[in-house]
Every structure is written in C-alpha cells, then in structure tokens.
Design a protein around this ligand. Structure first.
Ligand SMILES: [Mg+2]
Length: 279
C-alpha cells in the first residue's frame, strides 16, 4: 500500500446530522465507503458521552469519539491501540481533558450574579425545557443534560454583556464558545486540541506510514478542529448563519448543508485518495 492512511474527524449537528431533523441518511453512502476501506471515523461533538453512546448505535459507529467540544475522549477497546491512558469504562477508555462540570457550573453561577448577565444553562432547567429548546425527545434531552466537562447555555444579552462574561470566564481559566444552537462554557480545551491528541496516537499506531487527516464541520467551534488537519471540509451552515471563515490551502467547501455535504466532501477526498493524489 502506497496510499497514506486516512483518518476522518466529523462534527455531528449540521454536518453528519441534519441541523433540524438530526437525520444522517444522506451521508450513509459515504459512511459505507469509509467502512469498506477501513478508514477510521472519529466523531467530534459538543454532545455528551451519554448522547453519543445511543447515537453511535444508530450510526453503527465503532471508532473513538470526542465529546463536550473536546472536554473528553472515549476510545473503545480495539479501536486504536492498547495504551492504558485514561479511566477504564465499559468497553474502552475515558479521558477527561477539561474542567469538571461542577466547577464550570460554580463559576458560571457566580459570574451570572456578579456581572448581572442573563443566561440559562442546561443545569438551570429541566429535561422538558431542554427538550423544548432543542426539539429532542425527553429521554435524549436527559442525556444532553448529563454533562461532564461543559455547560451549554442560552444567552439573552448584547455583545458587550457577552464580552464581559467571556472576560470573567477567562479569569477563571474557562473559555466561552459558540456552537450551532448554544453558547458553552468549559475549560481551556477545544475540538482542535483533542483532534491533535488523537492524531498523535494514530501516527504512533501507524508508525510505518503517513497519516493524512480530514475533518468536516459547519460551526465556529469546528474551526480549531478544521485547522488541526491536512484537509478541512467546510459544510455550509444552516440558513441564517455566517459561512465559516476558513482560510486553508487544501480546504474543500461542500455545496450542500448537513449530511448531503458530508457525503460530497468524503466522496471528493476518497476520489483524490484513490487517484493517488494524496500520496
Ligand atoms: Mg455543527
């Protein structure tokens, strides 16, 4: 084999999953093509570990996954290498890279009062309210609230108030990111750092060959991940949001949003890979 080893990282909401319906069917041919070629797919999301455990069943996903926007990584047994890093969990290893949830909540509650900013976090409301905000079924909303290293929240205020909050969080070693639906507070982690960590593990596991990395995303919180790989694929955002400002010599920009764009991007990269254009 002279082709480099490919590793694909993908965001979920608005990328592999439709922003509104959470459907992945238009991406299925591309998922099948990756599996047929034994190309690992790493899911990278702001969702929780509890949500991913269910979603991966639906997608038939076997690879590692990065949750809570880079705050934690799960490496299923046999998916990568046998390194005994992280906490053993059912069927694999769990690596927490961010700040524990309880501390994120404490800081956010304190700043909300001190700075008089108006925000509602997942920890402030019930499963039913999160279901109403997201359109998720109740049991999925409960999984979305099972946070381990980050707190998504709705922010009701102007840019100046948001800047004050960002500054207050930074003074506590926390960062503020903006996803497709919510803002989020967490430790100094992002999707990019978690992707770089896993890429280093993949390179180590395939020391005899090169690894070419690909990532797909649609939101600002995907930019650190897209900048961490060889070939970033920008998925057009759901209507009403600004397109990703991604300046990269090898970027691919999909024409379609969501899972159709995922398929387009993966098929474009696989065509290059099979033609030997990535060697
Ligand atoms: Mg997204």
């Amino acid at each position: 084999m002279t082709h480099p080893r490919l590793v694909v990282f993908s965001d979920l909401d608005g990328t592999l999953l439709d922003h509104h319906s959470y459907d992945h069917a238009p991406a299925q041919p591309a998922l099948d093509a990756l599996r047929a070629r034994r190309i690992p797919l790493v899911l990278v999301t702001s969702k929780t570990r509890a949500e991913l455990l269910v979603l991966r069943e639906r997608l038939g996903h076997r690879g590692p996954f990065i949750v809570e926007n880079g705050g934690a990584i799960v490496i299923p047994e046999g998916a990568l290498d046998d390194r005994d890093e992280g906490e053993p969990v059912d069927g694999g290893r769990f690596l927490v890279r961010g700040t524990p949830y309880r501390r994120v909540r404490e800081v956010l509650e304190r700043l909300r009062a001190q700075l008089a900013v108006d925000l509602e976090g997942f920890g402030d409301v019930s499963d039913a309210e999160v279901a109403a905000w997201t359109g998720l079924p109740l049991e999925d909303a409960a999984r979305a609230r099972a946070r381990e290293t980050s707190e998504p929240f709705r922010f009701h205020g102007d840019d100046a108030a948001l800047a004050r909050l960002r500054e207050g969080l930074a003074a506590e070693g926390l960062t503020l990111t903006r996803g497709g639906r919510f803002h989020s507070a967490q430790g100094e982690v992002d999707k990019g750092a978690a992707v770089r960590y896993l890429l280093q593990r993949y390179r180590h596991a395939h020391a005899s060959g090169t690894v070419t990395s690909v990532a797909l995303g649609d939101s600002d919180n995907d930019l650190p991940m897209l900048r961490a790989v060889d070939i970033p694929i920008a998925i057009p955002p759901a209507s009403g949001r600004a397109p990703l400002a991604l300046d990269h010599p090898r970027r691919v920009v999909a024409a379609q949003a969501g899972p159709a764009g995922f398929r387009e991007g993966i098929e474009a990269v696989l065509a290059q890979w099979e033609a030997g254009a990535l060697d």
